[in-house]
Design a protein around this ligand. Sequence first.
Ligand code: MN
Length: 128
Amino acid sequence: MGVIPGPSDWFTGTVLIDTIVAPTEGVHISASSVHFTPGARTARHTHPHGQTIYVIEGIGLAQQEGGPIEVIRPGDRVTFAPGENHWHGAAPGRFMTHIAMVEVDEAGSAATWGEHVTDEQYAAVAAN
Ligand code: MN
């Protein structure tokens, strides 16, 4: 428990993860408050049982594979279906904090991580 930096394999830019609920044996919920500094974002990833994020501060971006970029603001919730490839993070020049809620799988895994959103791809998002 406590605050840990988001690992660079999973995130681009500076991200701090403040654990709210950690899964334990027999309890599969995982909840955290994830603080993204301006421009920081997750790599593309999937969640075995899906995920809900709830924005509490700032302005962010979220994108499901093949879908439009969504601008997300305090009070917005976004639900990602199990196995749906997506990313989320701060908007350019803006902080963003969301509560992230997932159910881990039997192995305790909350996510499977893939490709980073490159600076070029992120800049293209910012231009639109
Ligand atoms: Mn996610």
